[in-house]
Design a protein around this ligand. Sequence first.
Ligand code: NI
Length: 178
Amino acid sequence: MAVREILKMGDPRLLRVAQPVREFDTPELHALVADMFDTLRAVDGAGLAAPQIGVDLQLVIFGFTHNPRYPGREAVPQTVLLNPVITPLADELVEGWEGCLSVPGLRGLVPRHPRVRYAGQDLQGRPIEREVGGFHAVVVQHECDHLIGRLYPTRMTDLTKLGYTEVLFPELAGVDDD
Ligand code: NI
């Protein structure tokens, strides 16, 4: 298993619409997910999408119990989600601060649906369906955006609310500059 390089904003591979996963429970898929968790843990991320390591598949992982990049946020269950479909459960949008491993050192205020249903498959191809709110809902919307070539700055409505983590959140200096 290995820590993989995370692509940064500007790389055209982050702008693709990812291909669906059609074969489940293969050794290649298990190895990919193991690498993704190694990579996520190495940088204390909340989630990672396959396109962020240059793999053109609809596959995201997320979850943590305590995250130094997002102190005070509630835990999110560790999840491997393939071919996800997100359905908003309310019309309203709520703004919250987000960062992204592909946009290192920055945070932005991003509008998201506060409650969503998401569906997809796990690594074995078994169906997953959940209704979630709070930070869990934010994380899944952020990660699934990577599968349609969207990085969080493209969801922002006020770019004056984009800034350096060390300036906006000095208490996070050193944890968000990789
Ligand atoms: Ni991201």
